[in-house]
Design a protein around this ligand. Sequence first.
Ligand code: COA
Length: 122
Amino acid sequence: MEANRPTEIVWDEKAQRFETEDKEAFLQYQINDILLAAPGEDGEQEKAKKLPAVAMDMVHTYVPRSKRGLGLAARLCDAAFAHAQRHSMLVVPTCSYISETYLPRNPAWNSLLYNGELHSSM
Ligand code: COA
């Protein structure tokens, strides 16, 4: 039945959000340029050789009270992590739901995590 159709998760690139069709539930992110140490480099050489990369800082997840506990936040995260992987971005899990609940339940995504500092955003 159409009424029971699960809501789609939509990407709003301009707003930097993944959200439900009604926009009531969302995952907000920020894009940051980062520099990664080149593999195999250390010490002084490491400072000279840095590779530009992009980190997706997942700052906030929100689901309206009446829709909580149904896995909606997890679906928003599924879409956001898949997006990061498709676009070769690393992820900063600033939102506590993501770091404390979503990632322990979906440890395969730990391979995308960026643990360094964020300097600039765009
Ligand atoms: N931090 C970590 N885990 C949280 C959490 C939080 N702030 N809030 C709820 N959870 C856990 C619940 O304990 C629940 O665990 P359970 O499955 O063992 O019962 C689980 O998340 C529910 O997962 P899911 O159904 O995918 O999440 P949801 O659709 O209910 O939405 C939030 C979860 C956090 C997005 C929602 O509760 C919310 O919008 N809260 C207010 C805003 C907020 O605190 N956002 C997180 C910080 S950015």
